[in-house]
Write a protein of this length. Structure first.
Length: 150
């Protein structure tokens, strides 16, 4: 909301933690509520023109199965090393909204497929706001490393 010079609203919207949201509907409701609450407190902001327009974009997700699969933790780690950043985002961040879960694809498979709930929980606590996608990849692999020698 910097284009509107509404820093309080910008902070409010920026503080939404996507890790706590499991559906697009929930995200939409939270964002609309924040804007409506702000406008109730600052009605003069409703008609104030922005410094620049906001352009809405539509995202269409197309998934294509890769020819790789993992059956062990070591194979998963090797696959994560080779994933594109878009694929990493799909499995680690977008999966929460896609699957309506409070976890990611990797943690879900590690817990259900490998029976390692402690590792799954460790991966699920990697903060996607602290790291770049490449940093997330490194942190996932660093977290998994000790488990592959057990």
């Amino acid at each position: 909301m910097a284009a509107l010079n509404e820093s309080v609203l910008a902070e409010e919207l920026g503080s939404v933690d996507l890790r706590d949201i499991v559906s697009i509907e929930d995200l939409r409701r939270i964002l609309v509520h924040a804007v409506e609450t702000y406008l109730e407190a600052h009605p003069q902001a409703a008609d104030r023109p922005g410094f620049e327009p906001f352009y809405f974009c539509e995202a269409i997700e197309i998934t294509v199965p890769l020819e790789s699969a993992a059956s062990t933790l070591a194979e998963l780690a090797e696959g994560i090393r080779k994933l594109s950043l878009q694929t990493l985002h799909y499995h680690f961040i977008n999966s929460r909204l896609r699957l309506h879960l409070e976890t990611n694809d990797f943690s879900l498979w590690i817990e259900d497929g490998l029976g390692l709930p402690a590792l799954a929980q460790q991966l699920n606590h990697i903060d996607c706001y602290t790291y770049t996608l490449e940093g997330i990849r490194s942190e996932i692999l660093r977290t998994m490393e000790p488990w592959m020698t057990q």
